[in-house]
Design a protein. Sequence first.
Length: 344
Amino acid sequence: MSQTLLDITGIDEFPLNFDDLFSKKKRAPIFVSSTKDYNAWVFSKHPSQWNPVFISDAKCFYYPDRDAYMILYNEARPETRIRFSLAHELGHIVLGHLNNERTEISRGGVDDPTYYALEGAANTFAGNLLAPPILIDDFLSGAEFNVERISTRFNISPSATKDYRAEDYKYWKTLIPSKHEKAILKRCHSGLHKQICIECGATFEIKGALFCPICGASSLSICFRGRDSEEMIYQGVELKESGQVRECLQCKNSEHLEGASYCMICGTRIVNYCTNAMAPYFVNDEQCTHTEPLPGNARYCPYCGSETTFLADGLLKNWEDSRARSSITYTAPPLPDADDELPF
């Protein structure tokens, strides 16, 4: 059900944007509000009858007279916990756990076995909604399941990743992907590996990257943002498909022999490699296995963090001296029609 929802709403970017998802759900309206905003609104309407609402994480209410749902969440919780709570409550809606007789899930309204079954289903739904297994598989590109990498990529907490993704993903690997999952992968694949370094602002798309290719920062400094994030473009060298430079940086020679790593005119290096993959001795604890050509603006190997040959040879300037900022202009979407009774 989670994958069907992602497919029919046309979601094409992760981490999941809830505003985008809720705006595309065309059936029964879903209103979402923090308890702080909700309490302020109620007080403005009925100050004499005001009784503040407290929600531990999040809770969904169903209004049968309007066929509408309202999710209230605790804004004081960490962002990753709020995201999982919203997905969990949406799971109750999509899975049909709320109806005219039972407008909320609570221990007081159902017996323990039913309560735990409903909560377990909503948790499974939330995990699959926030981090679809087919996208996890594409993102890992054959590597082992890593809680830190998955948590960072899909903006869910490490505990939720461990509890609700690891075993589900292992089970999913035994199944055949559905048509909805294949459609999700087709839409999201191109942007799945887009990474942004919070140290230098560089954007890049390198599968399996554990280090920033511009400043060498580790994976702890690499995050994933939406298409509307500001990008930082760093100067580099224009390369051919073979990985060789189009023009030698020293003598401007553009004729290079197939498979050559050095200019045949002046001897300058014309292919950017990881120094730890090329060196007869190991720069780090062990030799890097990535011997393929690296991008023309890579100062560091994205797989082991060692300097690249272009940086070591002085063909590329240090990243602090070569910034070239390029901003993306974002136009906010129009606001939805105002609701006469609810301010969300």
